[in-house]
Design a protein around this ligand. Structure first.
Ligand code: SF4
Ligand code: SF4
Length: 387
């Protein structure tokens, strides 16, 4: 890929007219209003799932998942629409501790230094990866779809203040060994813990920025599409599995973001061979239990209203994906588990990463080796508990 193409960030995938996405059409929200999806939604979100004796599906596994989600469900609720708890947009301006006076603001004479300090703070609060991009408003949702189940209106127009010019993208790593249990519960627990850490990290990064005297809007999956924002911020590329692929963790991350008017220095988007590699590797599609992932060439045509138009990629059929989750009694991360980019750092894996970036003619060989070494196979869920 040419440098000027990479510098376009997520717009490198845009091939037609892109409208802002209405969150109502996102798969999980559709299960609340779309007659076609409501049965599945009821089954996945509201029906009780009895534990069984099967490792990975026992009560302790379910308890683990439930506990992993605790912080997101009780103190953030980004999955329900955001704007509350740790994802609240407002702050009363008062430091609770230490008691700095209200209304102070740092002067930003050196945005490089401020950006460096912001990244240090974000890492301190739990970010595994952090990047900064200029906020591209085509990635904002047009409307939020709120499912709080209280008196609040479900549909809300998304309006981010014009001064919020920067989007900070935060990636939270999920445990390699835990994801290897997918589609059993320990992998779902890794997802839940990722969501909880997203909320605490994004909420604390936002609060740090506010303490400097600037606006900050933290969000999880709400308010804007996370993947293009992370691509613009230089965290990775788009993969066949529809996920962000990062150089360090592959798709084994969860994403949050913070919009701000704090003057920052944007990172450059990156390219390290993912698109070309995905053209030759189809492991995620081969191992998707629902057939939700595409083989062969990317395309613009959506599968259904949960995909947006105008983007060249391998569109995920989220209807099929949710059907498997509902049947499985928990979510699934097979498309993360089997991805060759998912592996932890190590001499061999780092060498392969170098090869994928610099010697693309070796891609078919790397795919073959990945299979031969047995990477990506499901690990017995009992191993999570040391059995
Ligand atoms: S989460 Fe599972 S079912 Fe859904 S696309 Fe990924 S592999 Fe397929
Ligand atoms: S499994 Fe293979 S095809 Fe799928 S996203 Fe990963 S590298 Fe791309």
């Amino acid at each position: 890929m040419k440098a000027n193409f990479v510098d376009k960030g997520a717009s490198r995938y845009v091939v037609g007219k892109v409208e802002r996405f209405d969150q109502k059409n996102e798969m999980f929200k559709r299960s609340f209003w779309d007659p076609k999806m409501m049965d599945l939604g009821r089954k996945f979100y509201r029906e009780e799932v009895m534990p069984t004796d099967k490792p990975g599906y026992r009560l302790q596994d379910q308890a683990l998942v439930n506990a992993a989600w605790r912080l997101e469900h009780s103190f953030a609720q980004g999955v329900k629409g955001g704007k509350r708890g740790l994802y609240a947009w407002e702050w009363d301006g008062k430091f609770s501790y230490p008691r700095a006076p209200s209304g102070l603001r740092i002067s930003v004479d050196d945005p490089v230094k401020v950006t460096r300090e912001l990244k240090r703070a974000a890492t301190f609060f739990g970010a595994s990866l952090i990047g900064v991009g200029e906020l591209d408003r085509q990635w904002l949702y047009s409307y939020a779809y709120l499912i709080y189940g209280d008196d609040s209106e479900p549909v809300e127009k998304i309006e981010i203040p014009e001064e919020s010019k920067y989007a900070i993208a935060i990636a939270i790593e999920m445990g390699y060994e835990d994801i290897r249990c997918s589609p059993a519960h320990p992998a779902s627990a890794a997802t839940g813990a990722g969501y909880s850490k997203m909320a605490s990290t994004a909420g604390q990064v936002a609060q740090y920025i506010r303490g400097l005297g600037y606006q900050a809007i933290p969000c999880g999956n709400d308010t804007a599409c996370s993947i293009p924002i992370a691509i613009d911020a230089g965290l990775g590329e788009l993969g066949r599995n529809g996920l962000l692929i990062t150089p360090d963790f592959g798709p084994r991350v969860r994403l949050a973001k913070v919009f701000t008017d704090l003057p920052l220095v944007p990172d450059r988007p990156i390219e390290f061979g993912v698109w070309d590699f995905c053209m030759r590797c189809q492991k995620c599609a081969e191992n998707c239990p629902s057939g939700a992932l595409m083989f062969r060439e990317p395309r613009e045509k959506p599968n259904n209203i949960s995909n947006r138009e105008g983007v060249l990629r391998w569109p995920v059929n989220a209807e099929k994906c949710l059907a498997f989750w509902a049947a499985n009694g928990t979510d699934c991360s097979n498309c993360i588990r089997v991805c060759p980019f998912n592996k932890p750092p190590g001499r061999l894996h780092d060498a392969v990463r170098w090869g994928v970036k610099n010697a693309r003619w070796l891609d078919p060989f790397f795919v073959r080796m990945d299979d031969l070494f047995g990477y990506g196979k499901q690990v017995e869920a009992g191993k999570f508990w040391g059995e």
